[in-house]
Write a protein that binds this ligand. Structure first.
Ligand SMILES: [Zn+2]
Length: 179
């Protein structure tokens, strides 16, 4: 089987980067190094233009974990947040949605119709699924904060520390969303 050229390129780039790689400590080594496990979770979009590690200049001192999905929606992220909180304890959740998000450009119906063309036998299931389209950036952040706070999987203390922001991809600035 011919190698996918993207895989070939990726393997090549990885070998170059790995040549200067510093070993990353295992969980079992972190305590001995005096490094706290991450306790701030950032929920944001999968968009490759939106990388919190860059726009927030996140360093290990900030202890961030980033969870990403379309738009940075709370609903699909709740099992991840609950598991990470149960595993290592999360103290803050920051929800960051960004300008020009793809989720502003598609509609639920557009996605559902395309999927139903491909999977006509799954029509009912597709109709009952939320695919993450939004109309208003600030409101989508508020809606996702409401979902987090209403979820029984999110501890009350953590729910109180969920904060929403928008990220402007032109200015590079994040702005807290008024609730
Ligand atoms: Zn996006």
């Amino acid at each position: 089987m011919a190698q996918n050229p993207i895989v070939t390129k990726m393997l090549e780039q990885n070998r170059t980067i790995a040549a200067n790689h510093q070993p990353i400590p295992f969980f079992s080594e972190l305590a001995g190094l005096g490094v706290k496990t991450p306790n701030t979770l950032i929920l944001t979009c999968v968009d490759p233009r939106v990388t919190p590690e860059k726009f927030l200049d996140l360093s290990p001192a900030v202890n961030p974990i980033t969870v990403r999905n379309i738009c940075g929606h709370a609903g699909p992220a709740i099992p991840d947040i609950a598991a990470l909180d149960a595993f290592m304890g999360i103290e803050n959740v920051f929800v960051i949605h960004h300008t020009d998000c793809g989720a502003l450009s598609f509609t639920e119906d557009m996605i559902k119709n395309r999927l139903k063309e491909r999977l006509p036998e799954k029509g009912e299931e597709i109709d009952g699924t939320v695919f993450g389209a939004i109309n208003n950036l600030e409101q989508s952040v508020r809606d996702d904060l409401d979902i987090l706070r209403a979820s029984p999987y999110i501890r009350k203390e953590l729910a109180e520390k969920c904060i929403g922001f928008t990220y402007d991809i032109k200015t590079g600035l994040i702005t807290p969303v008024a609730e």
